[in-house]
Write a new protein. Structure first.
Length: 73
């Protein structure tokens, strides 16, 4: 699938693509495990907090505000 897209590129573009892929591979192998974990957390919105999960849930529930009136059936 990717080969079909690449085969129509000119020689210079192919070399640039190879260079970018090579640099990406080199950079990814040089990163420590801790760096990879930080990147993963950043990608999914992970964060560090002193609160436990239960405390966070309790705070979220306490902060809820409903703006719809109750409907009586």
């Amino acid at each position: 699938m990717y080969f079909n897209m690449v085969q129509h590129l000119d020689f210079r573009s192919k070399l640039e693509l190879i260079s970018m892929i090579s640099n990406s591979l080199l950079n990814s192998t040089l990163k420590s495990t801790e760096d990879k974990e930080q990147l993963l957390k950043g990608a999914f919105g992970g964060f560090v907090s002193d609160e436990s999960a239960d405390e966070m849930i309790e705070n979220l529930r306490a902060a809820r505000m409903f703006n719809r009136p109750d409907v009586c059936l």
